[in-house]
Design a protein. Sequence first.
Lengths: 475, 210
Amino acid sequence: MILTYLIGALIIAIGISVNRNKWVNYSLAGIFLLLQWTFTIYACFHLNETDLGYFTYDSLGILLLITLSIIAIPATIHSKIYVENHHESGAVRAIYFLSMVGLITAIGAGYLANHIAVTWIFTEITTLSASALIYHHRNKLALEGTWKYVFICAISITFVFIGILFLSLSIQQSGTGHMSYSSLLERAPMMNPFWLRLAFLFIFTGYTVKLGLVPMFTAGVDAKDKAPAPAGALLSSVLMNLGFVGVFRMYIIVANTPLHHWANLVIGISAFLSLFVATVYMIKVKNIKRMLAYSSIEHMGLVMLGVAAGGIGYYAAILHIILHAFVKSSLFFQFSQVYRVFQSKSIYQLGNYFKYNTTGAMVLLLGFISAAAMPPSGLFVSEFLIFRSMFEAHQLVLLIAVLLLLTMIIWAFGKNILKILFIPPVGFNENNVPRISPWESVTQFVLLALAVYLGLNPPIEFVHLIEESLILLPH
Amino acid sequence: MIDVLLITLLITLFYMAIANRLMTYIKVLAIQGVLLFVVAFVQLEEINPLNLGFILLETIVVKAMVVPFFLVYILRKNNITREAEPFVSNFFSLIITTLIVVLTVLLSNTIQEAHLDKIFFIVAMSTLFFGLYLIATRRKIITHVMGYLVIENGIFVLSLAVGNEMPMLVNLGIMLDIFASVLILGIFLNKIGDVFKDVDVQQLNSLKDV
């Protein structure tokens, strides 16, 4: 089935690129969504089966694949609204949808890959398709953002490859060189610790470019700033999850060796530094889109702190990345509307949003409450569990430091969002504010509601899938 | 034989560290491509036509011909001045490169590993770190791409050190990596040449916070 999916996506992509007609493009994007959902449903009914040798429908992959398919629908709808509002030419629109299809397909296939090199290849493909999306506006700033993103991603992906080479050195004593995750896991206790250490360091550093952690987070922030908002939503939700998959599958292997505590230390340091960096920039930043990007870095830092703490933290981490994907993509979709009203990203020029677009302002307010993890947000549950896991792991000092940083983040985030919602902007001409249909916000409300529902009252199958994806970790 | 070739590769790094002109960099990259082919050819235990063709394509065709010609084309098209314009002096560059090599030799001496040919490890890691150093200390954007290519060459040596156990798939991945990144980087480099009149990293500093 995955072969059908990949070939289907390829045919759709070629179709979009050869035919520049508006309605052909939209209907092909619609057909792609249909294909994506057919594939997702097929994957759900074939849990833990291997397809094509290199892909397994395991529980972690399926959870994230469903998240991807859910977010793909509003992403396509908002992309359509976006290109129509910008009156894009046929070629630009075709390239946009083409890269979108490529990005979603590569992310989906990357989630399901059961071989470390296959995950790597699909991560590389996401860089290529994302770069076309970031370059969408074809101006100086977009060029700078794209250049930085492509360059830093290329170096990071190279790091991952070096890591894979070291990993293959570490298993040389134990026979064959097959490097699927399951066969690596079987041989984990026999691995050479020196090479495994180097491999983990390189692979972790490489994937941080997608995951958005220190040290490689910078490229992602520029990318989310310059990409069109619907594409930014994909970059800061599902693409970050792909980075998580890359790190987490490697982490499972390392966790089954004596290096478990060392790996926790590495992840913990990187996660705490990410939180720190996110705090510093959240306080300073004046560009709302970059602020949202830094908020994503904060959340990924929390997720990795949960992983480093272990115990209930693993469960919380996976819950958190899924809920964060829904909340953050909804905020990015809403940003599109904010930009249409004010024609600016700077906090100074935004304000009194309730007056100009009441429905959108509701989304922004609820999105802020969700992203800041205040009840009834689902993220409250997962963050609470992460803190509990840190408490149980006796990381009290770290926990207090993290809570202090989070307080500052919520203060900075809240200050900016409330300014946009209530305080009138200086020198803003009200006369030509476009009227934005409330229907455009429906999908954003649905995403936010989904995050609340999954956090507060998770269906039993959902909990079961998360627990099953943690089964390989030592307890 | 292999030792001589690998050490020649190491010497090209020193040459690159003190070279002044961008054309020299490109020529060195082409020479490295040829050297890598010979190393891979000698290292190959059994001649599998498919594998050989693959390595030939990867080293001679891509690394020694396509990429250098493409870089020359970019250089000409954008009227990039021929000086490399490093931030540091050549003498300092030479010292740093020597330090990189000495440190990797010391690092490799701490490794107790029967499966690994140490000279491969030393050359690979030196090339890798030298590439990073090149990126950090050169002013032009095109030299960043060259630094990236040097890193790729280091990885090629490292993958030879790991042995013939790397599956075809990974080879395919390397190809994808080189093609994609160089083409994409080249295309954007062309664009950068059109948009920003001087191709200098100092101009890429508009995206920042405050």
